[in-house]
Design a protein around this ligand. Sequence first.
Ligand SMILES: Cc1cc2nc3c(=O)[nH]c(=O)nc-3n(C[C@H](O)[C@H](O)[C@H](O)COP(=O)(O)OP(=O)(O)OC[C@H]3O[C@@H](n4cnc5c(N)ncnc54)[C@H](O)[C@@H]3O)c2cc1C
Length: 364
Amino acid sequence: MKMRFNTQDAFMQSMEESIQKNVSLAAYNTFRFAYHAEYFAIAETLDSLKKLLAWANHFNQTVTMIGGGSNLLISADVTGLVIINRLSGINAREHRGNLVSLTVAAGENWHQVVAFAVQEGWFGIENLALIPGTIGAAPVQNIGAYGVEIKDVLARVQVIDKTSGDVYWINARDCGFAYRDSYFKGKWKDKLLITSVELSLKKQADLLLSYGGLSDRIEGKPSLASVFKLVCDVRSEKLPDPTMLANSGSFFKNPIISQAIHSDLKVRFPNLVSFPFEDGFKLAAGWLIDQAGWKGKQYQGVGVYEKQALVLVNYSEENAEPLLELEAKIKQSIFELYGVELEREPVQLPLTPLIETGHVEATN
Ligand SMILES: Cc1cc2nc3c(=O)[nH]c(=O)nc-3n(C[C@H](O)[C@H](O)[C@H](O)COP(=O)(O)OP(=O)(O)OC[C@H]3O[C@@H](n4cnc5c(N)ncnc54)[C@H](O)[C@@H]3O)c2cc1C
């Protein structure tokens, strides 16, 4: 349905063509919950994104960006303008020596970029193969797998200020990256959208193979292409393909606990799966949930994936309530059993605004 504006402004009227009203988001989130966007548009160029932001400012509408919708928990209709990011373009610059700069527009598919880098023989992101979604969302939660996080290869990100429309670059070290976290998920979430990402890759072999799940399946000296294939194979075996079974990957973060709590848990649960992390330990949330008996359990039309307890799946629900109830039950049971609080990984929409906006260091 097209919208009508009560304004004489020719530019704002011209936006009528690209903005739709009351559009289902079922095809735009991998949980496939069928909530609606009040206003909806697809941005294919930076210029069209700027115009959409100007429209939203003019009509005082909030803006929510969706990439692949693979890290979202939409639990109500989204007011304001939802923009689907389809900015495209990829540009590589080979430097003398070992480095390659790969600059990619934010709407490109992450896995396709990994496949491209591997094909070109560039090292650094092969362990992150087959993670769904766009490259622009990858820094938001600092995606990671098999011992690598995007922050390890990220040089800088290009952003657009939602209100002013200013476009500028921010160095990766200023983005507040942490485990599945960044300022884009926190204090910048109401202010900035990522429009492009610059990765720093290597031309000479630099593989990280020590992580469990990869190390035990590697023989001899593997090539870049064979590591890429192994990561794809391992992931396909244990994670549901969202096009076949709706899910958003890991539903909970791995809890980080102190050494003292870890020692106590280790006495009570000698088989506890944990990894040293900074001053304490990271617990395998999937193991905690599995041991608590949740793996494969179904609740109404949702459930816990039968091959990986960290993944919640949606068999048939159009709304998120059963999933939110299942989440609460799992959290309570894990707390009662281990005294550990689980934290959700996907972002819940609609977003709740933060008061703090923070200071942004810009570079050119
Ligand atoms: C089967 C499966 C496996 C997964 N495995 C992993 C894994 O191994 N490791 C991992 O870290 N994650 C994993 N994920 C989660 C998910 O794929 C990543 O978080 C991914 O980066 C999300 O990208 P997206 O484009 O789908 O983001 P979306 O879900 O569209 O958006 C996520 C958040 O980022 C915001 N956002 C999106 N684009 C932008 C932008 N350009 N600028 C600013 N904000 C933006 C959105 O508003 C939202 O808050 C998995 C998900 C699935 C379904």
